[in-house]
Design a protein around this ligand. Sequence first.
Ligand SMILES: Cc1cc2nc3c(=O)[nH]c(=O)nc-3n(C[C@H](O)[C@H](O)[C@H](O)COP(=O)(O)OP(=O)(O)OC[C@H]3O[C@@H](n4cnc5c(N)ncnc54)[C@H](O)[C@@H]3O)c2cc1C
Length: 388
Amino acid sequence: MLVIARRYPALRSRLRLQVSPNSTTRIRFSQTARAYEKDNSSHEDPRKPTGSYTGVLSIFVLSAAIGWGVHSFNDARKSSSNDSLKRADPADFVKYTLAKRENISSTLSIFTLKPAEGLAIDAEQLYGPRAITSVQFKQPQLQIARSYTVLPRIASQPPEDLRFLIRKEEKGEVSGYLHRLAIGSKIELRGPSVEYVLPEGVTDVVFLAGGTGIAPALQVAEKVGKDGIMHILWANRKREDCRGGKSDARSASTSLGWGSLRWNNSPTIPAIDLDAIEVCCRNVSDDIVHQLDSMRALESTNFDSKKTLLVEYYVDEYGLFIRSVDVAKLLEAAPRNQGTRLLLVSGPEGFVSHWAGPKEWSGGREVQGPLGGALATLDLHGWQVVKL
Ligand SMILES: Cc1cc2nc3c(=O)[nH]c(=O)nc-3n(C[C@H](O)[C@H](O)[C@H](O)COP(=O)(O)OP(=O)(O)OC[C@H]3O[C@@H](n4cnc5c(N)ncnc54)[C@H](O)[C@@H]3O)c2cc1C
């Protein structure tokens, strides 16, 4: 039965709806508040104050009032957006409203959902510090569900909203249904399911992402942050799915030089000059390329200005494919740090199988299965491979 379920995704999810959802891991947050202490003693102005004390006092009172006002406004915003929402049990479906659907390309859209009935998926678990999570969407007529990976939050996003990158599959039951829904429709979600928990002390990540496999890559990038260096190799069938995306290898070869990146002597990833072979424009301001660019910019503002997030774009229709030889060189070039080195693979079944061999089913759950595919032929020098 499990073999049948793997071959026929629709049946697989039908089975899934009848069993309990994937176990979830509760992760505690340790919130670190940074205090910036100023030692003013060495910066005292020896000059006498020129304004009157009344003037100084009025400015002080005014600033205090504004400060209090801003504080209360923020508090009010927090309580209206978060505190009024109850956390849903991960096993129960909860209703969300489809607030926005932005078409990225002819088949890809970003869905923005808002809680509809005062219940919301537990954000602490969903965006937990080391958990890579997904959420199940229900197709109510067929009573089947499919998993989708939540995108990390962007600056303009209200905290209770959820964003997903969803491909409309040809004859896809759930993805087709979601793409047909009118704005304002209700959608039932449950979760989160924890797909993977990042180990402590990750210093290096290479992420091979195929199509929508970029969603978990974004989650990993956000969680690894500046603590490690991450290299995403993102393959798309069509340029329309990643239009505007510029590879770091290309900019490195022209302006920065590989020496300025942490992985010195880094590989001969082909300089992908996509701009030279196309004239394209971006029409969605909050698309995935934009989100990646923002993360790249954020993560290169560390003290030594070295980039900690690097992205290479590959496009099948232009004959630009990720090559095993490039992956091998990338793994080899990474410094032998003490920390954990992860080689993550995510995307459609065919993509994951090609690189790391198929995932397997065991006890009603999808498990890693043995390492196969192209990566099994490489010398991995201690890199741990994980199929997502
Ligand atoms: C953890 C996880 C996270 C995921 N995250 C995302 C994400 O962020 N974004 C995303 O777009 N997808 C994601 N997916 C994939 C997603 O869950 C669905 O598998 C995908 O949307 C297709 O579902 P569907 O119901 O639309 O298609 P299905 O109806 O399952 O069909 C899929 C394909 O199989 C074919 N097919 C279906 N039934 C049969 C049959 N009986 N015989 C032959 N062929 C058949 C269809 O024609 C179609 O091409 C994720 C999957 C997992 C497991």
